[in-house]
Design a protein. Structure first.
Length: 217
């Protein structure tokens, strides 16, 4: 039976605080907008770019310059400082050796997703990587992955409420990542919560025993 583990990227596999937070701060400085601070910036991770832009750059006229600066700066900061959370590579290796396929479903653009996965050394451990693309939201993007992969069982692993809502919209169970950016109220929306990456494979097996095949009926 084809089993698929779908992961969010920032706050789940990628520790964005090391590379993306400073890139956003520098891009804001470049266009003359004060940064609201790392905590506020990181509270936006997981949101589509349109939401991030409206929150951080109130003047629509400055948004193109901000995006240009961010793309340029984050290419450097991700290359220099991007890192996977401790235990993530080992967790993905364990899943793949156990017969799981792995995917990334992110609200970021696909070029960002691929850049980050390459920089933090996870590209070879991910079977499919998708950004928001032409979909309106993460639920739609996840639906596209499921339609292409056609798994017998699939689960979503992430750190924000949007991950768990996307899972529910597609009839999937989910695992919350306590090491990410989601607060306890968000994590409570997941079916199970992982305290560390090393606990994810066991929790997936737990969900597997509880779940119903996506192909049944």
């Amino acid at each position: 039976m084809n089993r698929l583990a779908v992961f969010d990227l920032d706050g789940t596999l990628h520790d964005s605080s090391a590379a993306l937070t400073p890139a956003i701060t520098m891009a804001l400085q470049e266009i003359g907008v004060a940064s609201p601070g790392g905590g506020v910036v990181e509270s936006l991770y997981g949101q589509p770019l349109s939401v991030i832009l409206s929150s951080l750059v109130p003047d629509p006229g400055l948004r193109p310059a901000f995006v240009e600066a961010l793309v340029r700066i984050q290419a450097r900061t991700v290359s220099e400082s991007g890192r996977a959370y401790p235990g993530v590579p080992e967790m993905l290796l364990r899943l793949r050796s156990g017969g799981w396929r792995t995917a990334v479903c992110s609200n970021a653009g696909r070029s960002y997703v691929e850049m980050v996965l390459s920089a933090i050394g996870l590209s070879r451990l991910i079977d499919r990587a998708e950004g928001l693309g032409g979909f309106q939201d993460k639920a739609g993007s996840l639906s596209g992955i499921l339609a292409s992969e056609k798994p017998g069982r699939a689960f979503m692993i992430g750190d924000r409420h949007l991950d768990f809502q996307a899972a529910k919209a597609n009839g999937l169970m989910s695992i919350g990542c306590a090491w990410g950016f989601g607060d306890p109220s968000e994590l409570s929306q997941a079916d199970l919560v992982a305290d560390s990456p090393s606990s994810v494979p066991g929790l997936l097996e737990d969900l597997l025993r509880r779940s119903v095949s996506l192909r049944s009926g």
